[in-house]
Each structure stands twice: as structure tokens, then as C-alpha cells.
Ligand binder design. Structure first.
Ligand SMILES: Cc1ncc(COP(=O)(O)O)c(C=O)c1O
Length: 270
């Protein structure tokens, strides 16, 4: 019989839960929240507290949080420093906008830029991965003056209009017009792809597909290339990159993308 591993001891007592029962929460959700949101389990899990790497349900049962949102709890749930910083700021000023000066956004950008490589020194703050990719698309198009974009099949880039257009997975696309100007190249997948792990020419072959797409599906002038740096297909949040390139460079660029040299990182989503 399989032994179910036990969680190690953890010195934290969750607070007693006094809110509505999970079945009541489910009923309220069904009645008052949109049908677009879905649950993962037949008996849905209700999580009411978090501490470090753990989350607790309404009965106080502890779970190891192996998902952790999408980078949103990268320092663990309810980290005391984060809680304290948020509390202090909430007491001082809860909202401002970029038309006024505020020290935090400027100082935070400086700190962030200091951690980034090479000339990645300018920050655009957004509130989601979808918004980051929407902005990336706009910037690539505005900068190059070109419209077409190459993305990869089986990719996920967000649920807003442009994110869905970039995405290439039927489970994440509604049956509405999208993807105008987006062309999806083959995914360089060493397990299920056309060319496998052992194939020395795999990189070149996948790069040739990108080139073929640029040559035959676009005017030859593209605004950019977007891909998840690790093709997780909707499961993990990672750095996404974009390579603005022109037709003249197209024969070189795809080889660069898949041939191992380092892409120019332009966005970290959310
Ligand atoms: C690779 C990737 N890009 C973009 C997104 C969209 O991010 P968000 O859900 O914050 O809009 C996700 C979300 O899962 C993602 O995994």
C-alpha cells in the first residue's frame, strides 16, 4: 500500500474560522459570480489562511502550497515584512497616480533596475501578466512600425484580447475573432515535437519553421517574437521575452532564438 507522506511539524496555529460554510460559499459564487470562473476539484477546497509555504482550510487543515499563485506569493504567504509594509502604506496613502510624484515608485524602480542585466534599466509597472504582454505587443508594434508577431503553438500569454490572440491552446481561446497579425510557429518540444531530443538538427528545423512563417505568412516585416522562456503551457509564471526583428535579420534571428544564444529579456510578467 502506498504510504502518504506527512507534512513536517510547523509551529503555527491558524485562527478559528467563523465565516460561512464552504457549501454556502459555493452557492453564493454560483449565484453572484460570473460563470467564467471555474473550480479545480469536485469537492472544492476553501482556503482561508496562509502562512509561509502553507495554506489552511476552514477546518484548520494544513496544505503545502505547491502552486503559490503566479509569483504573487513568492516570499510565502503573509510574510511579516510584506504585511507590515502594506499596513504602513495603507495608513499613509492608499492611492495615487503617475501624474503626481511619489517616492516609492521611483525608488522601487531604481532598486529593480539594479538587479536587471545590461541595459534593462527602465520599468513599466503593470498589474498582471496579460497586461504586460498587451503592453509588450503595443511597444513592439510602435517601435518597429510592423504589425505581425510570431508566437508559439501550445503557448499561454493571457486571457485578455491580445493575450488570447498570442496564446495557442484551444482550451484558453474563446470562439471569437482574435489572433489577427499573430502567427504561431511549431513548438520546439523535445518530447512530443516533430524533432526529438536526440536530433542534432532539431534547433535548426524549428528555426526554419519560424523563418518559413515570416516568409510566407507575413509581409516579411515583423514586430516581434514572443515565447515563454520555459514552455510550461499555462502552469508556471516565468520571464517572457520579445525579440524585435526585421526581415533582413529573420534568417539569423530564428536560429538565434532556438540555437542557444541569450534572448533580450524585456518583460517579467506580473
Ligand atoms: C506564461 C504566462 N503568461 C501570461 C499569463 C497571464 O498572466 P495573468 O493571469 O496575470 O494575466 C500567465 C498566467 O498564468 C502565464 O502563465
Amino acid at each position: 500500500m502506498m504510504r502518504i507522506p506527512e507534512l513536517p511539524a510547523f509551529d503555527y496555529q491558524p485562527r478559528p474560522y467563523a465565516g460561512p460554510h464552504a457549501e454556502e460559499v459555493l452557492r453564493l459564487r454560483r449565484e453572484f459570480l460570473n460563470p467564467g470562473i471555474f473550480l479545480y476539484y469536485k469537492k472544492p477546497l476553501m482556503l482561508v489562511e496562509g502562512k509561509g509555504q502553507y495554506v489552511f482550510d476552514e477546518t484548520g487543515r494544513r496544505y503545502l502550497d505547491a502552486l503559490g499563485g503566479i509569483v504573487t506569493v513568492s516570499v510565502g504567504h503573509c510574510h511579516p515584512d510584506v504585511v507590515e509594509a502594506a499596513r504602513k502604506q495603507n495608513e499613509m496613502l492608499q492611492h495615487s497616480t503617475t501624474i503626481y510624484l511619489h517616492p516609492n515608485i521611483a525608488e522601487y524602480a531604481e532598486k529593480l533596475a539594479a538587479k536587471m542585466p545590461a541595459d534593462l534599466k527602465v520599468c513599466y509597472f503593470v498589474n498582471s501578466g496579460s497586461e504586460a504582454n498587451d503592453l509588450a505587443l503595443l511597444m513592439a508594434r510602435a517601435y518597429t512600425g510592423n504589425y505581425d508577431v510570431i508566437a508559439l503553438r501550445n503557448s499561454y500569454h493571457g486571457g485578455n484580447a491580445s493575450g488570447m490572440g498570442l496564446t495557442a491552446h484551444s482550451t484558453w481561446k474563446y470562439n471569437v475573432p482574435h489572433s489577427f497579425g499573430v502567427h504561431h510557429a511549431m513548438t520546439p518540444d523535445p518530447y512530443r515535437g516533430a524533432w526529438g531530443r536526440e536530433d542534432k538538427n532539431a534547433g535548426r528545423n524549428y528555426a526554419a519553421d519560424v523563418k518559413s512563417l515570416i516568409d510566407h505568412a507575413t509581409s516579411g516585416q515583423i514586430a516581434g517574437f514572443i515565447a515563454e522562456s520555459i514552455l510550461t503551457s499555462t502552469c508556471a509564471r516565468l520571464v517572457e521575452f520579445e525579440l524585435p526583428m526585421r526581415c533582413r535579420r529573420a534568417s539569423v534571428a530564428p536560429a538565434r532564438i532556438f540555437g542557444g544564444s541569450r534572448p533580450r529579456v524585456s518583460y517579467q510578467t506580473s
